[in-house]
Design a protein around this ligand. Structure first.
Ligand SMILES: Cc1cc2nc3c(=O)[nH]c(=O)nc-3n(C[C@H](O)[C@H](O)[C@H](O)COP(=O)(O)O)c2cc1C
Length: 182
């Protein structure tokens, strides 16, 4: 199963890089699959550790996707990295295997430590819509505008019916990005 997370990797100078990424749970391991080229790929090659954050704060998904660099983070204890203040749970992982691929290699990870900061409060449909719309925006240069707009119209139903303030803010940023696409 793929779970949408915020992956924090660090370069050799310990500078954090924060991105949304779908990770796969495979028995007791985790697979991270960054596309090439990407900073996440380079960081994992240089420094084989990562922090997988699970959060309900959809603005972090949107802001990271749209290129924001600064987030509220704190240092992790087991590895030399960082976790999101707003994570419900985060996993400190170590890369144990690299599966090469020219387009989308895989990093298999061992979980060194799991920390829970808050409880999951249930699904919210608007949050799911924001995540789906963020995926569309991440592919804005390869999917037709017609398809993107059609899907956005459907996803908006859950935004109108179930969004809180945070989801509405995240949604607006994505719509602005889509509307600004030439
Ligand atoms: C919900 C979501 C899941 C994503 N999953 C992946 C993924 O599994 N692999 C990937 O390379 N990019 C994924 N992306 C896109 C990356 O977040 C984005 O392209 C990012 O900039 C990665 O490149 P970077 O490491 O150079 O910053 C995802 C985006 C979203 C919104």
């Amino acid at each position: 199963m793929i779970r949408e997370s915020i992956v924090i990797t660090t370069d050799l100078k310990k500078k954090p890089h924060i991105v949304p990424m779908g990770i796969i749970f495979k028995k007791n391991k985790i697979i991270i699959s960054p596309f090439i080229p990407s900073q996440t790929y380079l960081n994992l090659k240089d420094n084989p550790y990562a922090v997988i954050n699970f959060t309900e704060d959809v603005n972090i998904f949107v802001d990271a996707l749209l290129g924001k660099k600064k987030f509220k983070i704190k240092p992790t204890k087991k590895i030399k990295s960082f976790y999101l203040n707003n994570a419900l749970t985060y996993l400190e992982v170590k890369i144990t295997k690299f599966i090469e691929d020219k387009i989308r290699p895989k990093f298999e990870c061992e979980i060194l430590k799991e920390t829970s900061l808050n409880s999951f409060k249930g699904f919210n449909r608007a949050q799911l819509s924001v995540i789906e719309a963020a995926i569309l925006v991440s592919r804005i240069n390869i999917i037709s505008m017609q398809k993107i707009k059609k899907e956005i119209n459907y996803l908006k139903i859950a935004i109108d019916k179930t969004a809180g303030k945070n989801e509405k803010i995240a949604w607006k940023k994505l719509i602005k990005k889509i509307n600004n696409k030439k």
